[in-house]
Design a binder for this molecule. Structure first.
Ligand code: SF4
Ligand code: SF4
Length: 126
């Protein structure tokens, strides 16, 4: 027994002066690694309404809706689209961001997705 204690003592002492390996989450936060896939965020100024993100989403977590359409004096048609995002269905695969031809979607670094009310997980970008 004393032999085992002797072998353990240096290891115990070493860990007495080491910083803790864990953090006091949620009171203390750490950063996420590069390339982390949080929530998809859409920029309506860039969207052309092609629906590719909706077609490619494996979780049916996205809807794109036309919000307005206007024609200027030169006959140029301008359309504006909104995105409704259902966070409770999203698997954070980032396929929507990858397929968007206008780079209108990017993945942020948020990971705290829990909510008491499902309605709080429906996010509209417009
Ligand atoms: S990250 Fe994946 S699951 Fe989530 S909305 Fe985009 S395509 Fe759908
Ligand atoms: S893929 Fe991009 S441009 Fe096309 S509807 Fe989705 S967000 Fe808009």
């Amino acid at each position: 027994m004393s032999l085992r204690l002797g072998a353990m003592l240096p290891e115990v002492l070493k860990h007495l002066f080491k910083k803790p390996a864990t953090v006091q989450y949620p009171f203390e936060k750490i950063g996420v690694p590069k390339g982390f896939r949080g929530r998809p965020v859409m920029d309506p100024n860039l969207c052309i309404g092609c629906q590719l993100c909706v077609k490619d989403c494996p979780s049916e977590a996205l809807e794109i809706h036309k919000e307005s359409e206007s024609t200027d004096e030169a006959g140029k048609v301008a359309k504006r689209f909104s995105m409704t995002f259902f966070l409770d269905r999203c698997s954070h695969c980032a396929q929507c961001a990858e397929v968007c031809p206008k780079k209108a979607i990017h993945m942020n670094t948020e990971f705290e997705d829990a909510a008491f009310d499902r309605g709080a997980l429906k996010i509209v970008y417009k």
